[in-house]
Design a protein around this ligand. Structure first.
Ligand code: GAP
Length: 448
Protein backbone atom coordinates (compact mmCIF):
# COMPACT_ATOMS: atom_id res chain seq x y z
CA UNK A 1 0.00 0.00 0.00
CA UNK A 2 1.36 3.44 -0.92
CA UNK A 3 2.24 5.49 2.13
CA UNK A 4 -0.19 8.32 1.45
CA UNK A 5 -2.89 5.73 0.76
CA UNK A 6 -2.31 4.24 4.22
CA UNK A 7 -2.69 7.62 5.93
CA UNK A 8 -5.82 8.39 3.88
CA UNK A 9 -7.35 5.05 4.84
CA UNK A 10 -6.47 5.53 8.49
CA UNK A 11 -7.96 9.04 8.62
CA UNK A 12 -11.12 7.74 6.99
CA UNK A 13 -11.36 4.74 9.36
CA UNK A 14 -10.79 7.05 12.33
CA UNK A 15 -13.75 9.13 11.26
CA UNK A 16 -16.12 6.29 10.37
CA UNK A 17 -15.38 4.27 13.52
CA UNK A 18 -15.39 7.28 15.85
CA UNK A 19 -11.71 7.59 16.75
CA UNK A 20 -10.93 11.12 15.54
CA UNK A 21 -13.00 13.90 13.95
CA UNK A 22 -11.97 17.23 12.53
CA UNK A 23 -12.64 20.01 15.05
CA UNK A 24 -15.72 22.16 14.31
CA UNK A 25 -16.31 20.11 11.18
CA UNK A 26 -19.81 21.50 10.50
CA UNK A 27 -18.22 24.95 10.20
CA UNK A 28 -15.62 23.76 7.74
CA UNK A 29 -13.09 22.65 10.38
CA UNK A 30 -10.36 24.46 12.30
CA UNK A 31 -6.82 24.05 11.01
CA UNK A 32 -4.86 21.26 12.68
CA UNK A 33 -7.18 20.84 15.63
CA UNK A 34 -8.87 17.46 16.13
CA UNK A 35 -11.54 15.96 18.38
CA UNK A 36 -11.46 12.43 19.77
CA UNK A 37 -14.65 10.41 19.37
CA UNK A 38 -15.86 7.53 21.58
CA UNK A 39 -13.19 5.04 20.52
CA UNK A 40 -10.42 7.63 20.22
CA UNK A 41 -10.92 9.05 23.68
CA UNK A 42 -10.78 5.53 25.13
CA UNK A 43 -7.60 4.71 23.18
CA UNK A 44 -5.85 7.92 24.22
CA UNK A 45 -6.98 7.50 27.83
CA UNK A 46 -5.50 4.01 27.85
CA UNK A 47 -2.20 5.40 26.51
CA UNK A 48 -2.15 8.00 29.28
CA UNK A 49 -3.11 5.42 31.92
CA UNK A 50 -0.28 3.15 30.84
CA UNK A 51 2.17 6.03 30.98
CA UNK A 52 0.90 7.14 34.40
CA UNK A 53 0.99 3.66 35.88
CA UNK A 54 4.56 3.04 34.68
CA UNK A 55 5.80 6.49 35.74
CA UNK A 56 3.88 7.18 38.95
CA UNK A 57 2.09 4.09 40.28
CA UNK A 58 4.93 1.66 39.69
CA UNK A 59 7.66 3.85 41.20
CA UNK A 60 8.39 5.24 44.65
CA UNK A 61 10.60 8.03 43.32
CA UNK A 62 8.11 9.87 41.08
CA UNK A 63 5.18 12.04 42.19
CA UNK A 64 2.24 13.20 40.09
CA UNK A 65 1.17 16.78 39.42
CA UNK A 66 -1.58 18.61 37.55
CA UNK A 67 -0.53 22.25 37.14
CA UNK A 68 -2.76 24.90 35.56
CA UNK A 69 -2.46 25.74 31.87
CA UNK A 70 -2.30 29.47 32.59
CA UNK A 71 0.86 30.55 34.38
CA UNK A 72 2.49 33.80 35.46
CA UNK A 73 3.83 35.51 32.31
CA UNK A 74 7.32 35.77 33.83
CA UNK A 75 7.51 31.96 33.67
CA UNK A 76 7.80 32.19 29.90
CA UNK A 77 10.47 34.86 30.09
CA UNK A 78 12.49 32.67 32.46
CA UNK A 79 11.97 29.56 30.33
CA UNK A 80 13.27 31.33 27.23
CA UNK A 81 10.00 30.93 25.32
CA UNK A 82 9.22 34.66 24.98
CA UNK A 83 12.60 35.34 23.40
CA UNK A 84 13.37 32.06 21.71
CA UNK A 85 10.30 29.96 20.92
CA UNK A 86 10.14 31.31 17.41
CA UNK A 87 10.17 30.18 13.81
CA UNK A 88 11.43 32.33 10.91
CA UNK A 89 8.47 33.05 8.62
CA UNK A 90 7.93 34.65 5.26
CA UNK A 91 4.71 36.11 3.83
CA UNK A 92 3.55 36.20 0.24
CA UNK A 93 2.45 39.78 -0.52
CA UNK A 94 0.38 38.47 -3.43
CA UNK A 95 -1.70 35.59 -2.02
CA UNK A 96 -1.19 36.44 1.70
CA UNK A 97 -0.08 32.91 2.60
CA UNK A 98 2.58 32.46 5.29
CA UNK A 99 5.39 29.88 5.21
CA UNK A 100 8.34 28.79 7.27
CA UNK A 101 11.44 30.36 5.73
CA UNK A 102 12.97 26.88 5.34
CA UNK A 103 9.88 25.45 3.59
CA UNK A 104 11.43 23.13 0.97
CA UNK A 105 8.75 24.16 -1.57
CA UNK A 106 10.15 27.72 -1.74
CA UNK A 107 12.38 28.24 -4.76
CA UNK A 108 15.04 30.97 -4.41
CA UNK A 109 15.84 33.20 -1.44
CA UNK A 110 12.93 34.83 0.40
CA UNK A 111 13.17 38.63 0.22
CA UNK A 112 14.97 38.42 -3.16
CA UNK A 113 13.37 38.87 -6.61
CA UNK A 114 14.10 35.25 -7.56
CA UNK A 115 12.04 33.75 -4.70
CA UNK A 116 8.84 32.09 -5.84
CA UNK A 117 5.70 31.61 -3.72
CA UNK A 118 4.91 27.89 -3.49
CA UNK A 119 1.15 28.53 -3.55
CA UNK A 120 0.45 31.27 -6.14
CA UNK A 121 3.76 30.94 -8.00
CA UNK A 122 4.43 34.72 -8.01
CA UNK A 123 8.13 35.67 -8.20
CA UNK A 124 9.58 38.30 -5.87
CA UNK A 125 6.46 38.38 -3.66
CA UNK A 126 8.01 36.70 -0.59
CA UNK A 127 9.09 38.94 2.29
CA UNK A 128 12.37 38.69 4.20
CA UNK A 129 12.08 36.13 7.04
CA UNK A 130 10.65 37.50 10.31
CA UNK A 131 10.68 35.74 13.67
CA UNK A 132 7.23 34.57 14.77
CA UNK A 133 6.51 33.37 18.32
CA UNK A 134 4.62 30.07 18.49
CA UNK A 135 2.91 30.76 21.82
CA UNK A 136 -0.81 31.55 21.86
CA UNK A 137 -1.47 34.82 23.69
CA UNK A 138 -4.60 35.80 25.53
CA UNK A 139 -5.61 38.35 28.19
CA UNK A 140 -6.41 37.77 31.83
CA UNK A 141 -9.07 39.92 33.50
CA UNK A 142 -11.33 42.53 31.92
CA UNK A 143 -8.67 44.73 30.29
CA UNK A 144 -6.96 43.72 27.06
CA UNK A 145 -3.64 45.52 27.46
CA UNK A 146 0.01 44.48 27.53
CA UNK A 147 -0.05 44.20 31.33
CA UNK A 148 -2.70 41.48 31.20
CA UNK A 149 -1.11 39.20 28.59
CA UNK A 150 -0.97 35.52 29.53
CA UNK A 151 0.01 32.57 27.35
CA UNK A 152 -1.46 29.13 26.77
CA UNK A 153 1.43 26.93 27.87
CA UNK A 154 3.49 25.52 24.98
CA UNK A 155 4.77 22.67 27.20
CA UNK A 156 3.73 21.21 30.55
CA UNK A 157 7.32 21.10 31.88
CA UNK A 158 7.33 24.63 33.32
CA UNK A 159 4.42 23.78 35.65
CA UNK A 160 6.67 21.11 37.12
CA UNK A 161 9.71 23.37 37.61
CA UNK A 162 7.77 26.10 39.39
CA UNK A 163 6.20 23.48 41.71
CA UNK A 164 9.41 21.56 42.34
CA UNK A 165 9.86 22.92 45.90
CA UNK A 166 6.18 22.42 46.77
CA UNK A 167 6.29 18.79 45.67
CA UNK A 168 9.68 18.14 47.27
CA UNK A 169 8.59 19.52 50.64
CA UNK A 170 5.08 18.08 50.73
CA UNK A 171 6.01 14.59 49.53
CA UNK A 172 9.25 14.39 51.58
CA UNK A 173 11.07 12.99 48.57
CA UNK A 174 14.84 13.17 48.35
CA UNK A 175 16.96 13.70 45.27
CA UNK A 176 16.99 11.78 42.95
CA UNK A 177 13.24 11.98 42.38
CA UNK A 178 10.84 12.95 39.62
CA UNK A 179 7.55 14.75 38.96
CA UNK A 180 5.20 13.53 36.24
CA UNK A 181 2.38 15.39 34.58
CA UNK A 182 -0.07 14.86 31.74
CA UNK A 183 -1.79 17.88 30.24
CA UNK A 184 -2.67 20.06 27.30
CA UNK A 185 -0.13 22.21 25.51
CA UNK A 186 -0.66 24.71 22.69
CA UNK A 187 1.59 25.82 19.86
CA UNK A 188 0.67 28.04 16.96
CA UNK A 189 2.51 25.70 14.58
CA UNK A 190 3.11 27.11 11.13
CA UNK A 191 3.47 23.84 9.33
CA UNK A 192 1.16 21.52 11.22
CA UNK A 193 -0.16 18.43 9.56
CA UNK A 194 -0.11 14.70 9.09
CA UNK A 195 -3.40 14.25 10.93
CA UNK A 196 -2.85 14.23 14.73
CA UNK A 197 0.95 14.15 14.39
CA UNK A 198 1.53 17.91 14.63
CA UNK A 199 -1.41 19.90 15.91
CA UNK A 200 -1.95 23.27 17.54
CA UNK A 201 -3.57 21.82 20.65
CA UNK A 202 -2.15 18.56 21.99
CA UNK A 203 -1.41 16.63 25.14
CA UNK A 204 2.01 15.98 26.61
CA UNK A 205 3.10 13.30 29.07
CA UNK A 206 6.18 14.81 30.69
CA UNK A 207 8.39 13.74 33.56
CA UNK A 208 11.20 15.79 35.04
CA UNK A 209 13.76 13.86 37.09
CA UNK A 210 15.81 15.95 39.55
CA UNK A 211 19.33 14.63 40.17
CA UNK A 212 22.61 15.55 41.79
CA UNK A 213 24.91 17.33 39.32
CA UNK A 214 27.44 14.85 38.00
CA UNK A 215 24.95 11.94 38.10
CA UNK A 216 22.89 13.39 35.22
CA UNK A 217 24.76 11.41 32.55
CA UNK A 218 23.91 8.05 34.16
CA UNK A 219 20.29 9.02 34.78
CA UNK A 220 19.99 10.21 31.20
CA UNK A 221 21.12 6.81 29.93
CA UNK A 222 18.76 4.98 32.30
CA UNK A 223 15.79 7.05 31.22
CA UNK A 224 16.63 6.53 27.57
CA UNK A 225 16.54 2.81 28.06
CA UNK A 226 13.30 2.82 30.13
CA UNK A 227 11.45 5.05 27.72
CA UNK A 228 12.34 2.99 24.66
CA UNK A 229 11.25 -0.11 26.58
CA UNK A 230 7.89 1.51 27.34
CA UNK A 231 7.20 2.15 23.65
CA UNK A 232 8.14 -1.43 22.82
CA UNK A 233 5.83 -2.68 25.55
CA UNK A 234 2.89 -1.14 23.68
CA UNK A 235 3.45 -3.75 21.02
CA UNK A 236 4.97 -1.40 18.41
CA UNK A 237 7.05 -3.01 15.69
CA UNK A 238 10.61 -2.73 17.15
CA UNK A 239 12.06 -2.35 13.63
CA UNK A 240 10.09 0.90 13.31
CA UNK A 241 11.59 2.49 16.42
CA UNK A 242 14.96 4.20 16.43
CA UNK A 243 17.06 6.79 18.22
CA UNK A 244 17.94 10.16 16.80
CA UNK A 245 20.66 12.06 18.60
CA UNK A 246 20.50 15.85 18.40
CA UNK A 247 23.67 17.34 16.97
CA UNK A 248 24.96 20.55 18.59
CA UNK A 249 23.09 22.81 16.16
CA UNK A 250 19.80 20.96 16.73
CA UNK A 251 19.90 21.18 20.52
CA UNK A 252 17.19 23.29 22.15
CA UNK A 253 18.41 26.29 24.17
CA UNK A 254 17.96 24.37 27.45
CA UNK A 255 19.54 21.04 26.49
CA UNK A 256 23.01 19.67 27.24
CA UNK A 257 22.15 16.49 25.37
CA UNK A 258 19.03 15.22 23.64
CA UNK A 259 17.81 12.07 21.96
CA UNK A 260 14.49 11.55 20.19
CA UNK A 261 12.68 8.27 20.00
CA UNK A 262 11.51 8.15 16.42
CA UNK A 263 8.90 5.99 14.71
CA UNK A 264 8.83 5.17 11.02
CA UNK A 265 5.54 6.75 9.95
CA UNK A 266 4.23 6.50 6.38
CA UNK A 267 5.55 10.09 6.04
CA UNK A 268 9.03 9.23 7.32
CA UNK A 269 10.98 8.79 10.57
CA UNK A 270 9.60 11.28 13.09
CA UNK A 271 9.93 12.08 16.78
CA UNK A 272 7.42 10.64 19.23
CA UNK A 273 9.31 11.40 22.44
CA UNK A 274 12.30 13.50 23.47
CA UNK A 275 14.70 12.66 26.30
CA UNK A 276 16.69 15.71 27.36
CA UNK A 277 19.50 16.40 29.78
CA UNK A 278 18.55 19.94 30.77
CA UNK A 279 21.33 20.50 33.30
CA UNK A 280 20.46 23.28 35.77
CA UNK A 281 19.10 25.59 33.07
CA UNK A 282 15.49 25.54 34.24
CA UNK A 283 15.86 25.80 38.00
CA UNK A 284 18.68 28.32 37.49
CA UNK A 285 16.49 30.55 35.36
CA UNK A 286 13.46 30.29 37.67
CA UNK A 287 15.67 31.05 40.66
CA UNK A 288 17.01 34.11 38.86
CA UNK A 289 13.65 35.40 37.59
CA UNK A 290 11.58 34.69 40.72
CA UNK A 291 14.25 35.64 43.25
CA UNK A 292 13.32 32.50 45.21
CA UNK A 293 16.08 30.07 46.25
CA UNK A 294 15.50 26.70 44.60
CA UNK A 295 18.60 24.93 45.91
CA UNK A 296 18.43 21.53 47.53
CA UNK A 297 20.24 20.65 50.74
CA UNK A 298 21.60 17.14 50.41
CA UNK A 299 21.92 15.84 53.95
CA UNK A 300 23.77 12.67 52.98
CA UNK A 301 26.41 14.67 51.09
CA UNK A 302 26.17 17.69 53.41
CA UNK A 303 26.06 20.04 50.43
CA UNK A 304 23.73 22.49 48.78
CA UNK A 305 23.17 22.47 45.02
CA UNK A 306 20.77 23.29 42.24
CA UNK A 307 19.57 19.92 40.92
CA UNK A 308 20.08 18.95 37.31
CA UNK A 309 17.08 17.74 35.34
CA UNK A 310 16.60 14.79 33.01
CA UNK A 311 13.36 15.18 31.10
CA UNK A 312 11.25 12.63 29.25
CA UNK A 313 8.65 14.30 27.06
CA UNK A 314 6.14 12.34 24.97
CA UNK A 315 3.04 13.44 23.09
CA UNK A 316 -0.13 11.51 23.98
CA UNK A 317 -1.58 12.26 20.55
CA UNK A 318 1.61 11.21 18.76
CA UNK A 319 1.77 7.94 20.67
CA UNK A 320 -1.92 7.39 19.84
CA UNK A 321 -1.21 8.01 16.15
CA UNK A 322 1.80 5.71 16.31
CA UNK A 323 -0.36 2.93 17.74
CA UNK A 324 -3.00 3.41 15.05
CA UNK A 325 -0.47 3.43 12.21
CA UNK A 326 1.39 0.42 13.59
CA UNK A 327 -1.84 -1.52 14.17
CA UNK A 328 -3.57 -0.92 10.83
CA UNK A 329 -3.57 -3.84 8.44
CA UNK A 330 -5.66 -5.28 5.63
CA UNK A 331 -6.01 -8.99 4.97
CA UNK A 332 -7.77 -11.03 2.34
CA UNK A 333 -10.24 -13.42 3.97
CA UNK A 334 -12.50 -15.57 1.82
CA UNK A 335 -12.33 -13.12 -1.05
CA UNK A 336 -13.04 -10.08 1.13
CA UNK A 337 -10.78 -7.44 2.61
CA UNK A 338 -10.65 -7.58 6.38
CA UNK A 339 -9.46 -4.32 8.01
CA UNK A 340 -7.94 -4.95 11.43
CA UNK A 341 -6.48 -2.68 14.06
CA UNK A 342 -4.12 -5.08 15.81
CA UNK A 343 -3.89 -2.85 18.91
CA UNK A 344 -2.18 -4.12 22.03
CA UNK A 345 -5.04 -5.39 24.27
CA UNK A 346 -4.03 -3.04 27.10
CA UNK A 347 -4.79 0.03 24.98
CA UNK A 348 -7.66 -1.27 22.82
CA UNK A 349 -10.73 0.96 23.41
CA UNK A 350 -12.98 -2.10 23.76
CA UNK A 351 -11.66 -5.33 25.24
CA UNK A 352 -14.56 -7.59 24.38
CA UNK A 353 -17.59 -7.49 22.11
CA UNK A 354 -20.59 -9.49 23.36
CA UNK A 355 -23.04 -10.85 20.80
CA UNK A 356 -26.16 -13.01 20.81
CA UNK A 357 -25.91 -15.17 17.68
CA UNK A 358 -29.58 -14.50 16.88
CA UNK A 359 -32.23 -12.34 18.47
CA UNK A 360 -34.35 -15.23 19.75
CA UNK A 361 -34.38 -18.41 21.86
CA UNK A 362 -33.24 -16.58 25.01
CA UNK A 363 -29.83 -15.66 23.51
CA UNK A 364 -30.23 -11.86 23.83
CA UNK A 365 -31.23 -12.24 27.50
CA UNK A 366 -28.20 -14.40 28.32
CA UNK A 367 -25.85 -12.19 26.31
CA UNK A 368 -27.17 -9.05 28.02
CA UNK A 369 -26.63 -10.58 31.47
CA UNK A 370 -23.09 -11.59 30.52
CA UNK A 371 -22.41 -8.12 29.08
CA UNK A 372 -23.56 -6.40 32.30
CA UNK A 373 -21.39 -8.69 34.40
CA UNK A 374 -18.30 -8.29 32.23
CA UNK A 375 -18.46 -4.55 31.90
CA UNK A 376 -17.97 -4.08 35.63
CA UNK A 377 -14.29 -4.94 35.09
CA UNK A 378 -13.68 -4.79 31.34
CA UNK A 379 -14.46 -2.33 28.53
CA UNK A 380 -17.22 -4.17 26.63
CA UNK A 381 -19.56 -3.49 23.75
CA UNK A 382 -22.91 -5.18 23.08
CA UNK A 383 -24.00 -5.67 19.49
CA UNK A 384 -26.98 -7.66 18.24
CA UNK A 385 -27.45 -6.11 14.80
CA UNK A 386 -26.57 -7.78 11.52
CA UNK A 387 -24.89 -11.06 10.63
CA UNK A 388 -22.35 -12.30 13.15
CA UNK A 389 -19.55 -12.04 10.55
CA UNK A 390 -20.27 -8.34 10.08
CA UNK A 391 -20.31 -7.78 13.84
CA UNK A 392 -16.87 -9.45 14.09
CA UNK A 393 -15.56 -7.22 11.28
CA UNK A 394 -16.79 -4.07 13.04
CA UNK A 395 -14.93 -5.15 16.17
CA UNK A 396 -11.79 -5.91 14.09
CA UNK A 397 -11.88 -2.32 12.80
CA UNK A 398 -12.23 -1.03 16.36
CA UNK A 399 -9.23 -3.12 17.45
CA UNK A 400 -11.27 -5.28 19.90
CA UNK A 401 -9.20 -8.33 20.84
CA UNK A 402 -12.06 -10.65 21.89
CA UNK A 403 -15.53 -11.43 20.57
CA UNK A 404 -17.88 -13.45 22.80
CA UNK A 405 -20.88 -15.08 21.16
CA UNK A 406 -23.84 -16.57 22.98
CA UNK A 407 -25.33 -19.29 20.76
CA UNK A 408 -27.45 -22.45 20.88
CA UNK A 409 -24.82 -24.34 22.84
CA UNK A 410 -24.74 -21.64 25.50
CA UNK A 411 -28.30 -22.53 26.37
CA UNK A 412 -27.64 -26.27 26.32
CA UNK A 413 -24.09 -26.55 27.70
CA UNK A 414 -23.45 -23.12 29.29
CA UNK A 415 -20.45 -22.40 27.08
CA UNK A 416 -19.77 -19.43 24.76
CA UNK A 417 -17.59 -18.94 21.69
CA UNK A 418 -14.58 -16.69 22.24
CA UNK A 419 -13.19 -15.42 18.96
CA UNK A 420 -9.66 -13.97 18.81
CA UNK A 421 -9.21 -10.87 16.67
CA UNK A 422 -5.76 -11.62 15.24
CA UNK A 423 -5.99 -15.34 14.50
CA UNK A 424 -9.79 -15.34 14.04
CA UNK A 425 -9.72 -18.67 15.88
CA UNK A 426 -12.64 -19.56 18.04
CA UNK A 427 -12.80 -21.65 21.17
CA UNK A 428 -15.48 -22.73 23.60
CA UNK A 429 -15.21 -21.36 27.09
CA UNK A 430 -17.55 -22.06 30.01
CA UNK A 431 -19.91 -19.18 30.59
CA UNK A 432 -18.89 -18.83 34.25
CA UNK A 433 -15.20 -18.72 33.34
CA UNK A 434 -15.32 -16.08 30.58
CA UNK A 435 -14.24 -13.13 32.70
CA UNK A 436 -11.35 -15.01 34.30
CA UNK A 437 -10.35 -16.41 30.90
CA UNK A 438 -10.14 -12.94 29.32
CA UNK A 439 -8.29 -11.43 32.25
CA UNK A 440 -5.81 -14.30 32.16
CA UNK A 441 -5.21 -13.75 28.42
CA UNK A 442 -4.72 -10.02 29.03
CA UNK A 443 -2.19 -10.67 31.78
CA UNK A 444 -0.34 -13.15 29.58
CA UNK A 445 0.06 -10.68 26.67
CA UNK A 446 3.71 -9.55 26.50
CA UNK A 447 4.05 -5.91 27.52
CA UNK A 448 0.92 -5.87 29.72
N1 GAP B 1 9.35 20.00 27.35
C1 GAP B 1 10.08 19.62 26.19
C2 GAP B 1 9.28 19.65 24.99
O1 GAP B 1 8.16 20.12 24.96
P1 GAP B 1 9.31 18.97 22.45
O2 GAP B 1 10.29 18.09 21.71
O3 GAP B 1 9.02 20.32 21.92
O4 GAP B 1 9.89 19.05 23.93
C3 GAP B 1 7.91 16.93 23.25
O5 GAP B 1 7.95 18.17 22.61
C4 GAP B 1 6.89 16.02 22.62
O6 GAP B 1 5.61 16.67 22.56
C5 GAP B 1 7.21 15.62 21.18
O7 GAP B 1 8.07 14.49 21.14
C6 GAP B 1 5.84 15.28 20.64
O8 GAP B 1 5.48 13.95 20.98
C7 GAP B 1 4.93 16.24 21.39
N2 GAP B 1 4.62 17.43 20.56
C8 GAP B 1 5.35 18.54 20.42
N3 GAP B 1 4.76 19.41 19.57
C9 GAP B 1 3.61 18.80 19.16
C10 GAP B 1 2.55 19.18 18.28
N4 GAP B 1 2.52 20.37 17.68
N5 GAP B 1 1.54 18.31 18.08
C11 GAP B 1 1.53 17.10 18.71
N6 GAP B 1 2.49 16.71 19.55
C12 GAP B 1 3.52 17.53 19.79
Amino acid sequence: MADTALMDKLVSLCKSRGFVFQSSEIYGGLGSVWDYGPLGVALKRNVKDRWWSSMVNARDDIEGLDAAILMHPRVWEASGHVAGFTDPLVDCRQCKNRFRADDPRIKGTPGQPDAQCPVCGTRGSLTEPRMFNLMFKTFMGPVEDSASVVYLRPETAQGIYVNYLNVLQSSRQKIPFGIAQIGKAFRNEITPGNFIFRTREFEQMEMQFFVQPGTDGEWFERWREWRMEWHRSLGLDPAKLQWHQHAGSELAHYAKAAFDIQYQFPFGWQEIEGIHNRGDFDLGRHQEFSGKKLEYFDQAENQRYLPYIVETSAGADRVTLTLLVDAYREEQVEGETRVVLGLHPSVAPITAGVFPLVKKDGMPELATTLYHELRRGLACFYDDSGAIGRRYRRMDEAGTPFGITVDGETLAARTVTVRHRDSMQQERVELDRVEGYIKEKLRATPGS
